[in-house]
Design a protein around this ligand. Structure first.
Ligand SMILES: [Mn+2]
Length: 275
């Protein structure tokens, strides 16, 4: 099964997708997202635009995850072809390894969580990082690790609403620009900030689907209340000004309905429209 039924071969494609089966039972989620994506219409009725009009996607399937460094290698291979990768996850730790393949990018992260802890250990995080658990390198610390090689002023975090006290202090001190979900819902200033931040830049979009309100995206491990809605996401994506050079989508944990998958597939179309 291919994402959105796209069937371009590698040569003719202008974006290359692959799955990263990282975390707890990721195969079901990857399969479910690809399955549902074929039923989502790409037309935006309000603008009359086909969101996928210029997208020629090659889906190379799920990689074999023998080590985390394989994510970096796979990403590099696609970048060498001068094409943006669309990386389907998998938990958020994958972004640390995909981002190692990039130079000179502005990182836009959609996430309910700061993921800015220096070290973290609990039962849930062990489960979610099954096979690769390390207290300093996991999906509660990945953004902290990324900020050690991407300058904090080149990172923007959108929709955050869950941090511990120390993490929040560190995040404030770091220089990372962040907007809580409440800020995003209540004022428009964020759209101008996104435009300014991404202007004339190479942009990597890291899309943790738990950024959405749990009422519209329930199939996540950590459903944090007071999240953003589709329209907020759409407007933020429309405000991205630069050239999108990489995309990841993470943290779907499929349940028995497909509510989240429909939302996520449509949201990925909004991102692909900007490539
Ligand atoms: Mn998250």
């Amino acid at each position: 099964m291919k994402f959105a039924s796209f069937d371009f071969n590698l040569d003719e494609s202008n974006v290359v997708a692959f799955g990263v089966p990282l975390g707890k039972n990721p195969n079901k989620s990857l399969q479910s997202l690809r399955y549902v994506s074929q039923f989502v219409e790409p037309m935006d009725l309000d603008s009359g635009v086909n969101l996928l009009e210029n997208v020629k996607l090659h889906d190379s399937g799920d990689m074999e995850l023998t080590s985390l460094d394989r994510i970096t290698e796979e990403t590099k291979k696609i970048l060498q072809m001068n094409k943006p990768p669309l990386i389907l996850g998998g938990n958020h730790l994958l972004s640390l390894y995909s981002l190692k393949a990039f130079e000179n990018v502005k990182l836009v992260v959609f996430d309910a969580h700061g993921d800015f802890k220096n070290s973290y250990d609990d039962e849930k995080i062990r489960e979610m990082n099954e096979g690769f658990y390390n207290p300093n390198i996991n999906d509660a610390t990945w953004l902290r690790r990324v900020s050690e090689f991407i300058k904090p002023e080149n990172i923007m975090l959108l929709g955050v609403r869950s941090c511990d006290e120390f993490e929040l202090n560190d995040l404030k001190k770091s220089g990372i620009k962040y907007f809580t979900s409440r800020k995003i819902i209540e004022n428009q200033e964020v759209l101008e900030q996104i435009k300014e931040f991404t202007k004339n830049s190479r942009v990597y979009i890291s899309f943790d689907v738990d950024v959405f309100d749990p009422s519209i995206c329930p199939a996540v491990d950590m459903p944090e209340p007071d999240g953003i809605f589709f329209n907020n996401f759409q407007k933020m994506m429309q405000s991205v000004n630069g050239k999108i050079v990489g995309i990841d989508v993470c943290c779907l944990n499929s349940q028995d309905n497909e509510i989240s998958e429909f939302l996520i597939a449509r949201s990925v179309f909004e991102i692909l429209h900007k490539i």
